[in-house]
Unconditional design. Structure first.
Length: 330
């Protein structure tokens, strides 16, 4: 049987080049590898404060960017998490099988909570977020969850939850596996290459909707390191290594090949210009397609078809779970 591949993006902010390289860029290839289920994790976006209008627009933008990146919604599923009620119902069942100790070990929780000044004001949703994320995955019997490195820990937790439930009630869930890109699993901020490029914590990040001139400027002023050679060395040359990663992943080549392309280059400025050319070319094509999807409201059609298809699958899984735990179904 074909693999089922599922991945989601939270509409917490404007999409970055990290999201593009980590997920969007690969959607066409993923569609060739199996049944694809892509969703917009809008319930997850509520885990940190966000303005309603911004949440709505971010959600639409993600849908348009999935389509702009080449996602074919006739042959895959694209939907909004909040429009498929099974996610929330399964969440209220599964939270009983996840332990608080496990959740408090999550790096992302520790990271995001550390940025909230009032420690008594950390929302419960931020803490329990991985339970809902596990439900997002388990509802669709999916085998493979392509993610950036930051999400691997959460997928591990989803695996453990599935195994724990299966042991208690018998085979119920497919146990999923994270799949990380070889190149581009963790794009770093351009102004601080020790921090991940993140849409909810902007630090010199490149946004997919930045104008092309701004993108070029950001790359040209990216923080670099001592020396003048273009070599890949995460510890001693984090800035140059990050730019090499961006370059290699957009050109679909290995890091070694990328380094080889610049072996005779001894000026950071020349190197950055080449990186900027590659990024600007790819993002300007993407932006064109994004505007087409937005202006022609293609995303509305895709989401409405997707919602029905997702519900079909999710409702069957939920029925199975309800039976197993002893909840009466009609
Ligand atoms: P947030 O700050 O809200 O967590 P984010 O930019 O980390 O936003 P997510 O919605 O958490 O984005 O993740 C969407 C997908 O993008 C995930 O698969 C994640 O692993 C991937 N991703 C996010 N940031 C990067 C990055 N810097 N490099 C590579 N992949 C990334
Ligand atoms: Mg994230």
């Amino acid at each position: 049987m074909a693999n089922t591949i599922l991945t989601g993006i939270k509409p917490t902010g404007k999409l970055t080049l990290g999201n593009y390289i980590g997920v969007l860029k690969n959607v066409k290839d993923l569609q060739k590898q199996g049944n694809t289920i892509f969703f917009i994790a809008d319930l997850h976006a509520l885990t940190l404060p966000i303005e309603p209008e911004q949440l709505r627009q971010n959600s639409i933008d993600i849908a348009c960017f999935y389509l702009a990146a080449g996602f074919d919604y006739e042959n895959g599923i694209l939907f909004l998490q909040s429009q498929v009620d099974e996610h929330s119902i399964l969440n209220s069942i599964m939270q009983n099988y996840m332990y608080m100790g496990e959740l408090s070990r999550m790096t992302q929780f520790k990271d995001k909570a550390s940025k909230i000044d009032n420690k008594n004001g950390i929302g419960l949703g931020l803490f329990t977020y991985p339970v809902l994320m596990a439900c997002d995955i388990l509802l669709y019997d999916c085998d493979i969850v392509p993610v950036g490195e930051d999400q691997v820990q959460h997928v591990e937790l989803a695996r453990n939850l599935a195994i724990r439930f299966n042991n208690r009630y018998g085979e119920t869930f497919v146990v999923p596996k994270a799949q990380i890109n070889k190149v581009g699993k963790r794009i770093m901020s351009l102004s601080d290459p020790s921090k991940k490029m993140s849409k909810s914590d902007p630090k010199g990040d490149i946004y997919l909707l930045d104008d092309i001139k701004t993108i070029r400027k950001k790359i040209m002023s990216a923080v670099t390191d001592l020396g003048s050679d273009i070599t890949y060395d995460i510890d001693n040359k984090p800035g140059i290594s990050n730019l090499l990663t961006i370059y290699a992943s957009l050109k679909n080549i290995s890091i070694e090949e990328a380094c080889n392309n610049f072996k005779d280059c001894h000026r950071y400025g020349d190197f950055k210009k080449e990186v900027a050319d590659v990024v600007c070319q790819e993002i300007s094509k993407l932006q064109e397609r994004y505007h087409y999807m937005l202006e022609n409201k293609i995303y509305e059609k895709a989401l409405s078809i997707g919602k029905e298809k997702a519900h079909q699958i999710a409702s069957k899984t939920l029925k199975r779970v309800k039976e197993k735990v002893g909840l009466l179904d009609e």
